[in-house]
Design a protein around this ligand. Structure first.
Ligand code: ADP
Ligand code: MG
Length: 239
């Protein structure tokens, strides 16, 4: 059974509809990439899944249960954005602990979760450092760590690498692929407008165009059998 089901999801802002009836099923543990040009509705769709925006029509199910009226906090979702603001005066450990403490976890539980996240992200030796003592890539890993410690069922990434230079972007792509391999039960939805990121990271790619799904498939399927010229051009298939 699908973990996450979208049924004819629509979203309007005022009179303008920007998501025009999206159907999609995502399986637990999958890494699904939403790809498409700027303005096609990728971020809006993520925000609808996170519950940060209300859907205008349609139905969204988690594990077969409607979440249409479930507030973001109860969805078991964590989101990583492109701009990651770490607290400069706090250590890596405290940066990761901050949200958990607010959520009322005990000291031992907080420590355990942070050690686990640090192991996954290879940050064990950096827990006492301040953000300014870290490289850009390490800081990005701390930002991801802050989300991991909350133990989400679904991880949403909205163009997390688009502010980084090309070398670091390549390195972080590898980090995210490793993370996906290690967190086998955690579903990841990754938004990008970068086809290289999509092709290298995704189990499945959802190509979005003007608020609609243009095609869904594995990177190889889209490359070898693009359904439309738009997909072919976007993915860079041979003509
Ligand atoms: P993407 O992330 O693919 O670049 P977005 O989801 O940000 O695209 O935007 C999709 C469309 O919805 C755009 O036309 C954008 O202007 C519009 N939009 C997004 N958020 C809002 C909002 N809060 N109010 C009005 N229009 C919005
Ligand atoms: Mg966006």
């Amino acid at each position: 059974m699908a973990q996450l089901t979208l049924k004819n999801i629509r979203k309007s802002f005022g009179k303008a509809e920007v998501i025009h009836g999206i159907d999609l099923e995502i399986t637990k543990g999958e890494l699904v990439v939403f790809v498409g040009p700027s303005g096609c509705g990728k971020s809006t769709l993520l925000r609808l899944i996170a519950g940060l925006e209300e859907i205008t029509a349609g139905e969204m199910l988690f594990d077969g249960r409607s979440v249409n009226n479930l507030p973001p906090k109860e969805r078991g979702i964590a989101m990583v954005f492109q701009s990651y603001a770490l607290y400069p005066h706090m250590s890596v450990f405290d940066n990761m602990a901050f949200g958990l403490k607010l959520a009322g976890s005990g000291r031992e539980a907080v420590r355990e979760r942070i050690m686990e996240a640090a192991r996954l992200l290879e940050l064990e030796s950096m827990l006492d450092r301040k953000p300014r003592e870290l490289s850009g890539g390490q800081r990005q890993r701390v930002a991801i760590g802050r989300a991991i410690v909350r133990n989400p069922r679904v991880f949403l990434f909205d163009e997390p690498l688009s502010n980084l230079d090309a070398a670091l972007r390549g390195q972080m792509r590898v980090e995210i692929a490793k993370l996906h391999e290690r967190m086998t039960d955690t579903t990841m939805i990754y938004v990008t407008h970068d086809q290289v990121e999509a092709m290298t990271l995704a189990d499945r790619i959802v190509v979005l165009r003007d608020g609609q799904v243009e095609q869904v498939g594995t990177p190889m399927e889209l490359y070898l059998r693009p359904a439309t010229r738009f997909v072919a051009e976007f993915i860079g298939s041979p003509a």
